[in-house]
Ligand binder design. Structure first.
Ligand SMILES: Nc1ncnc2c1ncn2[C@@H]1O[C@H](COP(=O)(O)OP(=O)(O)O)[C@@H](O)[C@H]1O
Ligand SMILES: [Mg+2]
Length: 307
């Protein structure tokens, strides 16, 4: 499937859902590239499940289009859904069978799924030690892992999970995070995962979309330790602002009252500060002006969110 490297694995284009006179999803547009863990963050009732139900064909769109690997959900459903694995409602499982027998049973629906592939997914979700035990003895976290194993048996390009951390304990959440990351890195799978908890999304995802009342508010890159943080606008409060702006003209610094505004990443902020100080300019404060993901989400939820 190398020919698809550049196009997004899934594209939502002006996706709109109206039920009666209510607009539940309003012109949602976004792309998820291959191998990305994409977070879909919104408070309860913001439209996450509705969007996901449309993505997997459980609900029709009122307007817009969802395109998976170049195939439209509306007119080429079979071709589109082939590339999707999902857990939307509780996955169907036989409690009196072992996890392994469940996978074996499920694999029969997909020609081409080998025993080797079954072993691979068991390894990936970390169920090896318990796979021959009956599902009824599994914890919620283990059942979910089996659900994910089922969903990725056919090596979908896109895995969709609706609030997978609900009901998991902190250890379970951590394991989920780890194997979703492995899935993205080792199988190049795109993961579309929803949550109403910012803290989880920040740890789990490469990018996070914030939705509120069915509208996309923003899409943000998540800062990962060890990676280069994004440049943001920063205000330096100084004693000689016009001199400072001149000194930093190579960085297109803007002079505004007693401060200068400049776009800089973390390292650049430190260097700018050193330049100002060594030029004899006093720096009173350094403040980022770009809102953090948390600030933005708190605005959306009215500060009621407990994270
Ligand atoms: N079948 C439906 N009929 C009418 N309203 C619905 C239906 N499904 C969802 N809604 C409404 O759409 C909004 C979004 O719901 P939902 O997608 O479940 O949000 P989330 O998953 O983000 O909590 C809510 O206000 C909900 O009441
Ligand atoms: Mg929901």
């Amino acid at each position: 499937m190398q020919q698809h490297m550049d196009e997004p694995v899934v594209r939502l284009q002006g996706v709109t859902k109206r039920i009666g006179r209510r607009t539940i999803i309003d012109k949602l547009t976004l792309d998820v590239p291959q191998g990305e863990v994409f977070g879909f963050l919104g408070p309860n009732g913001s439209g996450k499940t509705t969007t996901i139900r449309m993505m997997v064909g459980l609900m029709k769109l009122t307007e817009g289009e969802i395109i998976v690997r170049g195939h439209r959900i509306s007119s080429q459903f079979e071709q589109a859904i082939k590339h999707v694995g999902a857990i939307v409602e509780n996955p169907e499982m036989y409690k009196y069978l072992s996890g392994y027998d469940n996978l074996l049973h499920y694999a029969r629906m997909f020609p081409g799924v080998t025993k080797q592939r079954i072993d691979e997914v068991i390894e990936l979700v970390g169920l090896k030690a318990r796979i021959h035990d009956k599902v009824k003895t599994y914890s919620l976290g283990m059942r979910q892992r089996l659900g994910v194993a089922q969903a990725i048996l056919h090596k979908p390009a896109l895995l969709i999970l609706d609030e997978p951390t609900n009901g998991l304990d902190p250890a379970g959440i951590r394991e989920l995070r780890d194997y979703l990351r492995r899935l993205a890195v080792e199988e190049n799978t795109s993961v579309f995962v929803s949550s109403h908890l910012l803290s989880e999304m920040e740890l789990m995802c490469d990018r996070v979309a914030i939705i509120q009342a069915g509208k996309l508010i923003d899409i943000r890159q998540v800062h990962r330790s060890g990676s280069e943080p994004e440049a943001a606008q920063v205000a330096f409060e100084v004693d000689q602002a016009s001199e400072a702006a001149q000194l930093l003209s190579d960085l297109e610094a803007v002079h505004q009252e007693n401060r200068i505004l400049v776009t800089a990443d973390r390292e650049q902020i430190a260097r700018i500060n050193a330049r100002l100080v060594s030029a004899g300019i006093k720096v009173f404060s350094i403040r980022p002006l770009t809102k953090s993901l948390e600030d933005q989400f708190l605005e959306v939820t009215g500060g009621e969110q407990i994270v």
